[in-house]
Design a protein around this ligand. Structure first.
Ligand code: SF4
Length: 235
């Protein structure tokens, strides 16, 4: 599987290039909260909610003290306000109570597995959210699997899995060294711009020759829209 992933990665780089990485690194806690806000919404709306929190308050301590309803209102633009506000409050309260400070820096020397176990023990934090912290903040070679990554990898034929979490577990030990950020980001670009859920643009797809999807759509002439704003590279 490692060789196949390397080949797909190379073809996607040819099409989309190597995505830039944020040099102004967000902390692991920033990334965790940004990712909670990004669940089930688009990058622009979650960025608005994240920016509102960051611009309205000096630090996470001030946000931890907010009443739940106020936090919910502040982040409502990202949708699922109550659910996300509850998850954020629980993470912040836990860190304050159990660790004495609002930071996830106590995890930085732990293994990927240990960090995933710790983060997924928080309410509202699943494998995808936890793996985003590993990739985007801690720069580990881990590929978070959202709906685009799950769909494209199944169509290409790298995995045959029934959920994003199963896809994550199936590929996690087969990523070529230092490939995860580019692989993850370019699969999302592919899924948004070409390998769309309803009508994939197989005729213009850089993976056409190696893709095993049996229901390819080879109609030509469809415009390809590339949306390049990626929330977690812009926190
Ligand atoms: S060839 Fe079609 S189905 Fe396969 S990855 Fe490309 S767009 Fe998706």
């Amino acid at each position: 599987m490692k060789k196949e992933i390397a080949k797909i990665n190379a073809l996607l780089i040819k099409e989309f290039g190597i995505p830039p990485r944020n040099t102004n690194k967000a902390t692991p806690l920033d990334t965790l909260i940004g990712t909670i806000l990004s669940q089930n919404t688009n990058d622009n709306n979650s960025f608005k909610a994240y920016s509102k929190l960051k611009c309205s308050f000096k630090n996470w301590d001030e946000i931890e003290k907010l009443p739940l309803m106020k936090l919910e209102k502040l982040i409502n633009v990202a949708g699922l306000g109550f659910q996300k506000a509850t998850a954020i409050k629980k993470v912040l309260s836990y860190l304050k109570r159990e660790k004495g400070s609002l930071s996830l820096d106590y995890l930085v020397d732990n293994s990927d597995e240990e960090i995933l176990t710790e983060l997924t023990s928080f309410q509202g934090v699943g494998l995808k959210t936890a793996s985003c912290v590993l990739l985007f903040s801690l720069e580990r070679n881990v590929c978070p699997v959202d709906t685009h990554v799950h769909r494209t990898l199944n169509r290409i034929g790298i995995v045959k899995t029934s959920s994003p979490d199963k896809t994550f577990l199936a590929v996690k030990d087969f990523l070529p060294e230092k490939s995860a950020h580019t692989f993850h980001t370019n699969l999302i670009r592919l899924g948004r711009a070409i390998c769309k859920p309803a009508k994939p643009g197989c005729a213009v797809c850089p993976l056409l020759k190696i893709c095993q999807y049996e229901e390819k759509n080879l109609e030509k002439g469809k415009a390809v829209t590339k949306r390049d704003f990626m929330l977690l590279d812009n926190l």
